[in-house]
Design a protein around this ligand. Structure first.
Ligand code: ATP
Ligand code: MG
Length: 349
């Protein structure tokens, strides 16, 4: 196998856990085969990413050469890589001063609930806030904000008018389908185009913050968002049950690899408050979110209790931070205070 053939083959290898090839991700540097020894240079910013890709290449090519010599070229800020990193992504939302992406490795951990409540908590502080439902296959921001009966309209400038409630602007594919629960069977390229349209063709006005409810996992939509928007801060939501799983590590690694700054971790359904006695029960053990924050050296933003009232109110489109008890409000407001503390946002005052 010569250098060219090896380069072709390597380009096609899928990055572990992500639906992108290492060629797409521009992780390959110089590749040379000399005397049946393959010299492969990888362009990565993190050691983990280097080790991941090195292992992948060894698994696929170890038997085909006398030796593999896989080296790492450190790219400080990855300036010459043209996929999603905060150093120089495109900016499809120049009207937004700051962009907060709410993510999780796994589904069902409360990402959408957290997104809505932190968006509203920011609006309560007087900021202009929009929320973009990037979960194109399972959009539920309209239900959570009681805007699910609204349908999009167009203004005179031919821009989509976002829905609005609780002081925030809202855009979601669920507002564009005939009924909220119309299933979407889009190919990912179509989903990605819809998101781009929501960034470019919606009359958001000037925003201090755009909060993005990301779909679960580490797929195309996540990478697209990172490529097309300068994300100011990523907030990772997890629950005690999934805190230690590979999905969470993978999500953290992906954001590290693509150079997006993590604002920190929110541990949702962290402990249980008995409705009658208000006693606190740490049914899942304590400190999982805290531990993972330490492991990856990112801030812990706070824990939110497992509270049936949160679920019931959210299902009715009554966000706890807007209409809940003062305790419920405080959990989300504290998370927002910590996000503001841990990130360097662009703000007027
Ligand atoms: N702190 C909480 N206490 C009790 N229930 C909660 C809490 N947070 C979220 N839930 C409930 O858990 C379920 C999942 O929450 P949510 O839809 O926000 O998760 P998600 O991560 O966005 O899920 P998906 O991956 O499907 O988008 C919802 O029914 C929600 O009401
Ligand atoms: Mg969701």
């Amino acid at each position: 196998m010569n250098s060219k053939e090896l380069q072709q083959g390597l380009k096609e290898l899928k990055y572990p856990g992500i639906d992108r090839s290492i060629g797409d991700l521009k992780l390959l540097g110089e590749i040379k085969v000399v005397n049946n020894i393959a010299n492969i240079e990888l362009l990565t910013i993190s050691d983990d990413s280097y080790l991941n890709v090195k292992k992948l290449i060894e698994e696929n090519y170890a038997t085909q050469f006398d030796a593999l010599n896989i080296t790492k070229k450190n790219l400080e800020a990855k300036k010459d890589m043209n996929y999603g990193h905060s150093a120089s992504p495109n900016n499809r939302a120049p009207y937004a001063k700051n962009i907060i992406a709410v993510t999780s490795g796994k589904g069902g951990v409360g990402k959408s609930t957290v997104s809505v409540n932190i968006a509203i908590a920011l609006a309560q502080k007087g900021y202009k806030v929009g929320i973009l439902d990037a979960d194109v296959y399972g959009p539920n921001i309209p239900r959570l904000t009681n805007t699910d009966l609204q349908r999009i309209a167009w203004n005179d400038d031919n821009k989509i008018v976002p829905a609005e409630n609780y002081g925030i602007k809202i855009m979601s594919v669920a507002l564009t389908t005939p009924t909220m629960d119309t299933p979407l069977v889009w190919r990912s390229s179509v989903a990605v185009n819809a998101l781009i349209q929501f960034l470019e063709d919606v009359a958001w006005g000037e925003l201090d913050f755009m909060v993005i409810d990301m779909p679960p996992g580490t797929g195309d939509v996540q990478l697209t968002i990172a490529q097309e928007l300068p994300i100011s801060a990523a907030v990772l939501v997890t629950t005690p049950q999934v805190v230690a799983t590979d999905d969470v590590s993978r999500a953290v690694m992906m954001f590290k690899d693509i150079g997006v700054k993590m604002a920190g971790i929110v541990e949702n359904m962290s402990f249980f408050i008995a409705p009658d006695t208000k006693n606190r029960y740490d049914i899942f053990g304590t400190g999982g979110g805290d531990k993972i924050a330490q492991k990856y050296n990112i801030p812990f933003l706070g824990g939110i209790p497992l509270d049936m009232a949160v679920r019931e109110a959210s299902d009715k489109g009554e966000p706890p931070v807007a209409l809940g008890s003062s305790e419920q409000k405080k959990y989300y407001q504290d998370v927002v205070d910590n996000i503001l503390k841990n990130s360097d946002f662009t703000l007027d005052n």
